[in-house]
Design a protein around this ligand. Sequence first.
Ligand SMILES: Cc1cc2nc3c(=O)[nH]c(=O)nc-3n(C[C@H](O)[C@H](O)[C@H](O)COP(=O)(O)OP(=O)(O)OC[C@H]3O[C@@H](n4cnc5c(N)ncnc54)[C@H](O)[C@@H]3O)c2cc1C
Ligand code: SF4
Length: 486
Amino acid sequence: MADPKGFLNHDREVAQTRPVEERVKDWNEVYRPGSLLPIISKQASRCMDCGIPFCHNGCPLGNLIPEWNDYAYRNDWEAASERLHATNNFPEFTGRLCPAPCEAACVLGINQPPVTIKNVEVSIIDKAWDNGDVTPQPPERLSGKTVAVIGSGPAGLAAAQQLTRAGHTVAVYERADRIGGLLRYGIPEFKMEKRHINRRIEQMRAEGTKFRTETEIGRDIDAAKLRRRYDAVVIAAGSTTSRDLPVPGRDLKGIHFAMEYLPLANKVQEGDLTTSPISAEGKHVVVIGGGDTGADCVGTAHRQGAASVTQLEIMPKPGEERNESQPWPTFPMLYKVTSAHEEGGERIYSVNTTHFEGDEDGNVQWLHLVEVEFKDGKLEQKPGTERKIPAQLVTLAMGFTGTDKENGLVEQFGLELDERGNVARNAEFETNVPGVFVAGDAGRGQSLIVWAIAEGRSAAKGVDRFLTGASSLPAPIKPTDRALAV
Ligand SMILES: Cc1cc2nc3c(=O)[nH]c(=O)nc-3n(C[C@H](O)[C@H](O)[C@H](O)COP(=O)(O)OP(=O)(O)OC[C@H]3O[C@@H](n4cnc5c(N)ncnc54)[C@H](O)[C@@H]3O)c2cc1C
Ligand code: SF4
């Protein structure tokens, strides 16, 4: 145990962010560089090394949190990194981006602010990279078996790294021009700088994983050819079909899916474009959808110089404290102020969009909305509450409805879908087609990075067993596992 009195002597502290007026002028991560290390030993010392560490259960990866808290407290960064990597291939992604269900489940959280687990995690991995402790781990011998991974988001990358290290020859196919999935082209630079993905890719290349970009399976290579070339396939193609808003005026110019808007802003940061063809500069921006994707649109619009930013959410404003239906250790749906919200804009809850209004050139100018309320479990409009707000750029961030069905992938493989339109799989993450596995959002539906990594690791075990008859790879989750509300 780090320090028996740590939680009595130290209050919870978290990473400091840079001042709003400074950070909205650039795209770098919002955190103040170096603000974590001075506090980390004290924060790690608050961990009580619980007999039953509920943080393990809160984390889909089963992260060994008390063990690495103890090493971080003792400044043994190498051992802390080893324990961290024992369960997580990419802690620099989760340490920056995870909503930290482990903290919601932390025992200290029953009557005190929980341990600062996520900040300890990111400190350990950043230190490990700085110290040169993150090195390639190529396999000692090759199995002679080959695996194709379709999709290079966190699920595909985790599966590929596990399978490469197990000795299989793995190629990752990605239809985009760069590796990373939503980490690369969804999540903006100010939440995670892409250099973190790039150095992982270098590590994976050095271990032997091959990457093929700008290759869409189903279009550029058909499923039958892929199956002939590889002994097993992992589909990690994400849940990339955006939910639409079919209301009058939807076809006006200036209304875009979030995943049309965000990738272009990311391409500017990659140096591919000088300015984004869909820019918020000088415009009244409305973001429809109150989740993470919406918040990323808000932060992007601030940096592009929007005249105003309004985010709409159909559900009521969540509470700021746990209520009886969301007791510890569940992950509560609380009112969240993300870094993008700190930077400005307005959030309007319990409203629905009825239609858009444009000018004579077909450009959107106004969004008409109405207040809504739940009555007997049904959403009803409140009469007399209709109004319009200025909207010269609208982004639709209302979630995703499943993996892409247009490119032939599902049809060509002959994959069965579940009742929610995701690729169905058994307890080994294998689809109805023997030797074809599925991991991440493609199988689970729209979710989180931590679940994608856990799925990639677990599916890798299924693949390894399929190829060799047995596997010693870890499998942190089953396809049916769900953390409460995450
Ligand atoms: C804007 C946004 C912000 C988010 N922010 C967070 C956050 O802060 N924290 C968090 O935990 N989660 C966040 N999420 C969710 C998280 O990013 C996803 O749950 C996670 O990336 C899913 O990983 P994946 O590997 O299953 O799929 P993806 O990351 O979607 O990757 C799938 C990849 O497959 C490729 N692909 C698809 N079809 C083919 C094909 N036929 N051939 C070749 N390649 C193909 C796609 O181009 C894509 O690169 C966010 C999501 C979005 C959209
Ligand atoms: S539940 Fe909290 S206090 Fe207990 S071991 Fe996990 S991080 Fe430490």
